[in-house]
Design a protein around this ligand. Sequence first.
Ligand SMILES: [Ca+2]
Ligand SMILES: [Ca+2]
Length: 221
Amino acid sequence: MFTISGSQPVLVTKTSGSDKITYNALTNKLDIAAGLPKGNYPVTLKASNGTLPDATFSFTLTVGDNMEPNPPDPAQKIELISGTVLHVKGSFLFFANGTTASTFLAQIKTSCVNLYGTNGKKLADNSLVGTGAVLKLEQGGTLLDSYTVIMLGDLDGDGKTTAGDARTALRISAKLEMSADVQILAADADDNGNITASDARSILRVSAKLDNASSWLEKRA
Ligand SMILES: [Ca+2]
Ligand SMILES: [Ca+2]
């Protein structure tokens, strides 16, 4: 930070330093071109308003290597085992068939992951994982990332696909019930973005073991 003072208008120009560092008169800030290697860069600015003497200001600009031009894709922050039944899409983790917390966590290579239920409490190893559960990547009490779990066919979050879930989907399709975003993701068997009677029928077939929701996952691959 520096202050430009004197009778206006004051024209600031850069008189020495790397040509990748330029003075932007519109923002009154230095612009630094991408790809400038880290190091110390002496810079001199000159301020003039037509009346001599001009003011000059020299300083050293330090460019560090902790500037991250492309933040890592959040979806890449957890690593899944090969042949996993989990499917990551953005900040959501999809899966198809009833599974316990310990089986679920065994699909994830990354350490420091914990599963929380919709009530915000950590799931016990033998609890079923349902829609709305949250997988958190935590290290030393710091939350690094989190994913919302979507069990296809499970709208009430109990970790099972039942006729009750199909009924809820049907009521949502008939606009008799409001849907939460996670319910749309869980109930949208044909992945067309909304819940219809056809999705409710697919859920009913899964609940009656006539079909398997893992085929819905393939549409999301
Ligand atoms: Ca359910
Ligand atoms: Ca649908």
